[in-house]
Write a protein that binds this ligand. Structure first.
Ligand code: PLP
Length: 446
């Protein structure tokens, strides 16, 4: 596949895509929303070709699913080989080696001294559901602490933990026992403090909350993204997770770390929580785990996991053999080709460009932040008021799309551009994508 950008063959959507989008309108509800108004034909690495022959650079990677890239030939072969043997048995009827091998591999790559046990399911949201079940059975308590800005999925427990009203409006009532607290968003500190002098007030505040807001004796777990994804690409400050975990341990409350978007090399390490020197009690993962095949996993310290009883977890398609085959190959390639290093390199290249734009537009680019290749830019109308500028991001996204680059926003106000580019991208393609993005940023911010 050859990159044409920054010029497309046709404007986007082209005639074939336009016709298909009309058909979509007739047969699916408008609630099935789409980000980029086109229709894919095939993908390769970080490139995507649409039905009109336009070739795009994809900086979104299926929302963090394609760290391995589109159509990696080794992964394709692994799935084809498995498909030729069997598609499905239901693991709880007849188990297969791929399920066992993958659980073993995930337990092995998770850092920390404790022995881990692993279960496989299908989607990120299902991993969250099961993580909460595990925490409840292990602690004998029910309450869950979550965060403002969080995104954990769309099934009812996960949706109850998710923060964005846009995804929840009219869908209540939600699960009882959920308490939402402010996320440590240093650019917009919920306590109005400065990071240099705050002494991690946000972490210490948890002790006060246990007196006025949350009964720790009723609380099973806290669920956190170490680097909030949908919420705006916000890394927790250094030291926060360590201190919070200490406080939680004093109350027998488990720490569930949601690595669904941030895991599998995205942040320059296998898992984002490695940046914080903690060993979570439970970890949820999905997305780039199987490179686009539907698969998610929950890992927990063995003594915690072993509190589950037969029948308390399951699912017909859980740990599908094709998905397991894909995941085993994806992990093998990540290890062999050092994908964490690729992510760090992408992060450095992007950060240098983004910080240069910030210097040029100090009033409009409020913050550049992230870890490794999970990096975002926050756009504001004015650097003093920090009023979010979602309109600028929408305009940048559209301008980039018309020139062959797919971008995605984040944050409740849609004013952050998040980079989730496939980690296999070449330097040349990365530079081309950043050139397209730079032209769009300059055109919109002027
Ligand atoms: C951090 C996080 N948790 C959970 C989910 C839900 O995953 P899924 O869409 O596979 O249900 C997502 C999806 O974007 C996510 O980013």
């Amino acid at each position: 596949m050859t990159l044409q950008g920054p010029k497309m063959l046709t404007s986007v959507p082209g005639p074939k895509a336009k016709a298909l989008l009309e058909e979509k309108k007739a047969y699916t509800s408008d609630c099935i929303t789409i980000g980029a108004p086109t229709i894919v034909e095939r993908g390769e690495g970080a490139l995507m070709e649409d039905v009109d022959g336009n070739v795009f650079l994809d900086f979104v990677g299926g929302i963090g699913v394609l760290n391995i890239g589109y159509s990696n030939p080794e992964v394709v072969k692994a799935v084809q080989d498995q498909a030729a043997k069997f598609f499905h048995t239901a693991y709880n009827v007849v188990l297969y080696k791929g399920y066992i091998d993958l659980c073993e591999k995930i337990a092995e790559i998770l850092p920390g001294p404790s022995k881990k046990k692993v279960m496989l399911i299908n989607a990120g949201t299902e991993a969250i559901e099961n993580a909460v079940k595990i925490a409840r059975l292990a602690t004998g308590k029910s309450g869950v602490i979550c965060f403002e800005g969080a995104f954990h999925g769309r099934t009812y427990m996960a949706l109850s933990l998710t923060s964005k009203v846009k995804y929840k409006h009219g869908l209540g009532p939600f699960m009882p026992g959920v308490t939402r607290i402010p996320y440590p968003y240093c650019y917009r500190c919920p306590y109005g403090l400065k990071q240099e002098s705050c002494n991690l007030h946000c972490a210490e505040r948890l002790n006060d909350m246990f007196k006025v807001l949350i009964d720790p004796d009723d609380t099973a777990a806290m669920v956190i993204e170490c680097l909030q994804g949908e919420g705006g690409f916000i890394p927790a400050p250094e030291g926060y997770l360590k201190r919070v975990h200490e406080i939680l341990k004093e109350h027998n409350i488990l720490l569930i770390v949601d690595e669904i978007q941030s895991g599998f090399c995205r942040t320059g390490k296998w898992f984002c929580h490695e940046h914080y020197g903690i060993e979570p009690d439970i970890v949820t993962m999905a997305k780039s785990l199987a490179g686009g095949m539907p698969l998610s996993a929950v890992a927990a310290k063995a003594d915690i996991f072993d509190k589950m009883y037969a029948g308390s977890v399951g699912g017909t398609y859980a740990g599908n053999p094709l998905s397991c085959a894909a995941a085993l190959k994806v992990i093998e390639i990540f290890e062999r080709d050092d994908y964490p290093a690729k992510s760090r390199h992408i992060g450095e290249v992007c950060r240098a460009r983004f910080e240069a734009w910030q210097k040029e537009f100090p009033e409009r680019i409020g913050d550049v932040r992230g870890l490794g290749g999970m990096i975002g830019i926050e756009f504001v109308k004015d650097s003093k008021t920090k009023e979010p500028d979602g309109a600028a991001v929408a305009a940048i996204k559209n301008e980039a799309l018309q020139n062959g680059l797919i971008l995605l926003d984040a944050g409740v106000n849609g004013n952050i551009i998040r980079i989730l580019v496939p980690l296999c991208i070449s330097d040349e393609h990365l530079a081309t994508g950043l050139d397209i993005m730079e032209a769009a940023v300059k055109k919109v911010l002027k």
